[in-house]
Design a protein around this ligand. Structure first.
Ligand code: ARG
Length: 221
């Protein structure tokens, strides 16, 4: 079998565009996830049941159900009772953001809990308020410790974002399906898709390792 240069060229272009979309949706979802996760993670540790309870319910529901089902609920179920339509792009971003938020909340909760209680007490005994102590002393230290887990979350989300292909959102996996539907070249395309995911995840894990070193160099002993 000869190599069809044109096929390779046009396919590579489509897949790389898909990879860019995958990267974008992951970036948006995890960024929103970090924002949600920060609030929910702190709420989980609150002394007030009114904050703690909804935070825990959110985290439990999201982590206890498959992302695939959450995508279906947001894309098919919600619009059907609201009587509206929703773009695949919006549904994909919303589903992935809400999902990521729950995982990030747990990362932050554990990170904050890992900071010695004495740090918190020291802040309070110096006259700082609860929120000053949290924002100036506890959270900066916790954030550094959570860099590796946030990196893992990013990589997990990058791979799990392939699930939004089921609602027709054209990220990398969906692009692969579409090319195969037109060319029947299943083996080449799925191999190429896998390699592109692999290149992205390996690159990101290198980058996270670098960040981890950079931000924790002065605290290692
Ligand atoms: N694979 C799990 C699921 O289907 C987790 C998906 C989301 N992962 C994440 N790190 N946000 O529910």
């Amino acid at each position: 079998q000869t190599i069809d240069v044109q096929f390779v060229e046009s396919t590579a272009k489509l897949l790389l565009l898909g990879a860019l979309v995958t990267l974008k949706i992951t970036l948006v979802a995890v960024s929103c996830g970090v924002l949600i996760g920060l609030f929910v993670g702190i709420a989980e540790l609150s002394n007030y049941k009114l904050l703690r309870f909804p935070a825990k319910v959110y985290v439990d529901i999201i982590r206890g159900t498959p992302l695939l089902v959450q995508i279906f609920i947001i894309y098919f179920a919600l619009p059907s009772i609201l009587g509206t339509r929703i773009e695949p792009y919006i549904a994909a971003v919303v589903a992935c953001s809400i999902n990521s938020g729950a995982y990030v909340a747990e990362i932050f909760r554990a990170g904050i809990q890992s900071i010695d209680r004495g740090q918190f007490e020291a802040g309070r005994s110096l006259g700082l308020t609860w929120s000053q102590t949290m924002s100036k002393i506890v959270i900066p230290q916790a954030f550094r410790r959570t860099i590796p887990q946030l990196g893992n979350e990013f990589i997990a989300m990058l791979k799990d974002s392939s699930l939004v292909s089921v609602i027709g959102f054209e990220e990398l996996t969906r692009k692969g399906q579409l090319i195969i539907a037109a060319t029947y070249r299943s083996f080449e395309i799925w191999t190429a898709v896998a390699i592109i995911y692999l290149i992205m995840t390996l690159t990101i894990s290198q980058f996270v390792a670098y960040l981890e070193k950079k931000y924790n160099a002065d605290t290692r002993r």
